[in-house]
Every structure is written in structure tokens, then in C-alpha cells.
Write a protein that binds this ligand. Structure first.
Ligand SMILES: [Zn+2]
Length: 221
């Protein structure tokens, strides 16, 4: 191979590599609740193992989803900056309907309205409530010496109602977080129209826990 041909070949190879790296790979599109849950689990595995494919993150996907959204999953998570939902499940634009509040408590019409919208109108196949380690919302709720006021006091009081047994027990923070997450799923499942869809196998509702140290999501039930 002469020098010019060699350089041309290298140049072409670099162009192909650049194109491949910029273009996000398509993720499989789950068509059942079991497949949806499996994709979230697989996505978190990719994330933890640093094998992310960053699906659905290019302009083609932006244009594709502009007319309407059809996410396969909904996640009720904490606003905590260490819990970026799409990243930790290796998903992209239009994949997950995310509802985030500090402490991920669903005991409000705004949050439950969002949950209902995801299940009834968007037809998500899986709904996760995602608690996480070192949650400041739950930490504040079980703290006895808080002096918060206004909206923050209201937020912490709402969380505290679900973790009363842990107030004053800072050593049990992680248990309180897990308990709090499970209570949110119980609350969601207490709505007959949601329980009916779960019963029919149309949607899976689960409590999960994100470990901020490892990046790993585990399921609580
Ligand atoms: Zn939190």
C-alpha cells in the first residue's frame, strides 16, 4: 500500500469511528412489563460496569419524539443531584417519565397526578419508586432538632409521617429510607385503578433503592 492510499484509509477509518461515536445506539423497545423491567435492570448493569450505550440521545431521537412521547417506564425518584435517573438506567430521550421531588414521597395530588398520567395516559409498563442512600429528605424527616420553616417544614413533615418509628434514630437512616420507599409503593397500590392494572399484568409497580456509593439499583420487593 502506498503512503497516500494508507493515509486515505486511516482518514476514512477515523471518519467512520467519529460517526459511530456521535450517533447514539438504539435501545431495545420493551413491549411488555417484564421486558421494561429487564431493560431498566440491564441499563443499570451497563451503567455500573461503565458499558453505557447512551441510547436515544441524538438529534434524530429529538425529532422522532417531538410529536409525542411514549416512555416505557416511569420513575418516582429524589431530586438529589446524585440520582440522575436516565443516566443511571442508561436511557435517553423519551424513554423514562421521571417524577422527582426531594425525598420522593408520593403523598400529594401533584405527584400522584403525575403517576396517574404516566400509567393511564402514557401507558408506561413499569413504575419504580426509587429511594437512595444518604437521602437528605429522609435524614431531615427523622431528625429531632430541625428548625426548618414554611415549605421545607411541610415537605419534611410529609415524609416524617411515613417514618415516624425512625425519628431520632439517625443510625437507622438506611432502614428508614428503604421503609419510606416501600410505603410509597403501598400508597400507590392502594389506588384501585392502579391495583387493577397491576393485577391484569399491564404494569409492574416496584420499590427500588439506589446506592450512591456503587451506582447499583436493587429492588426492595
Ligand atoms: Zn433524597
Amino acid at each position: 500500500m502506498n503512503k497516500k492510499l494508507f493515509l486515505n484509509t486511516i482518514g476514512l477509518a477515523l471518519m467512520v469511528m467519529t460517526f459511530t461515536m456521535c450517533k447514539s445506539q438504539p435501545a431495545s423497545v420493551p413491549s411488555t412489563p417484564d421486558e421494561a423491567l429487564a431493560e431498566l435492570i440491564a441499563g443499570n448493569e451497563r451503567y455500573v460496569n461503565e458499558k453505557c450505550i447512551n441510547p436515544h440521545s441524538d438529534m434524530e431521537r429529538v425529532e422522532e419524539t417531538a410529536p409525542h412521547q411514549a416512555p416505557f417506564a416511569a420513575v418516582v425518584g429524589c431530586s438529589d443531584s446524585r440520582v440522575p435517573v436516565e443516566l443511571l438506567f442508561d436511557q435517553g430521550i423519551g424513554d423514562i417519565f421521571v417524577i422527582r421531588t426531594a425525598g420522593n414521597n408520593v403523598n400529594s395530588e401533584m405527584v400522584m397526578g403525575s403517576v396517574d398520567y404516566a400509567i393511564e395516559h402514557l401507558g408506561v409498563k413499569v413504575l419504580l419508586v426509587l429511594g437512595h442512600g444518604s437521602c437528605g429528605g429522609v435524614t431531615g424527616a427523622i431528625s429531632e432538632g430541625g428548625h426548618e420553616h414554611g415549605n421545607i417544614a411541610h415537605l419534611l413533615g410529609t415524609i416524617r409521617n411515613d417514618v415516624n418509628d425512625y425519628v431520632g434514630k439517625a443510625d437507622c437512616l438506611d432502614d428508614a429510607i428503604r421503609h419510606h420507599t416501600l410505603v410509597q409503593v403501598e400508597r400507590i397500590m392502594a389506588y384501585p385503578h392502579i391495583a387493577e392494572k397491576v393485577e391484569k399484568g399491564e404494569v409492574i409497580v416496584k420499590a427500588a433503592y439506589y446506592d450512591v456509593k456503587s451506582g447499583k439499583v436493587s429492588f426492595l420487593q
